[in-house]
Ligand binder design. Sequence first.
Ligand SMILES: O=c1[nH]c(=O)c2[nH]c(=O)[nH]c2[nH]1
Length: 297
Amino acid sequence: MGIVLGPNRYGKAEVRMVFVNRESPVHEITDVNVTSQLIGDFVDTHLTGANDAVIATDTQKNTVYALARTGGITSPEEFALRLARNFVDQYDQVTGARMAVEQFGWTRISTSAGPHDHAFAKGTEEKRTTVVVKDGAAEHVVSGLTGLVVLKSTGSEFWGFPQVDYTSLVETADRILATAVTATWVHSSTDLDWNATFTTIREALLEAFATTHSLSLQQTLYAMGKGALEAVPEVAEIRLSLPNKHHFLVDLDKWGLDNPNQVFFAADRPYGLIEAAIVREEAPVPTGIWAAAGLFA
Ligand SMILES: O=c1[nH]c(=O)c2[nH]c(=O)[nH]c2[nH]1
């Protein structure tokens, strides 16, 4: 029995970079947060501190900047794939990589003279996400979004649940349904129009949220995932994490006022947390991809 080094990866986390595409006077900006991590033969540095094989995390950071300069950024997925391939192709000791890219949204400012060429307003808390996992020649692209806050002011019910010990929730046929969508999906291809795919999935999620008459957030979640899988055949599985952002009707009785679903208390915690994977049966996700794409510990 001994003590040995287990799975490991290392790199530079959260390289914040804004790339300005100046190909035309109408600039485009891409605002990203890149985490680069390498996998390979790095036993020596862990066991003895010999760094002969270690591509410094500082070098990885600089590579992020350099590859943006040489190839631009057309999508987080394309950029993450290019970074992963760069490291694995270039260094023998690097057998794999995990590249994570978050993208923040900016919109062009509209002025009285029309859309401005180079002035932008930062969007909401919503972020587009991607993780590329490369293991030798095998590549997987996992994409998603987080912080997409949505609300329906009606078209949501919740009733029929068991009245067991400690149940106090009153059944309702009309409530506010609100959530902050985190969605993550695995592609079955590494060669897609990433921006079009992202837009299609985001629209499918919103369409299902809006049009499903909800009897539970669980039902809405399933409809959202199903809609995404129907919209893009190259998505093998989607996972959704939906906090139920509760809105409680305020009791105005003591002031002689009724409250026909108009005045709500927006609670921030505790919140329901509804999570599920919606899977395409005929296209199973390769074992280990979710773990490899996720946080290490
Ligand atoms: O959509 C809901 N699902 C639940 O499981 C649940 N539980 C609860 O208290 N409220 C709700 N709402």
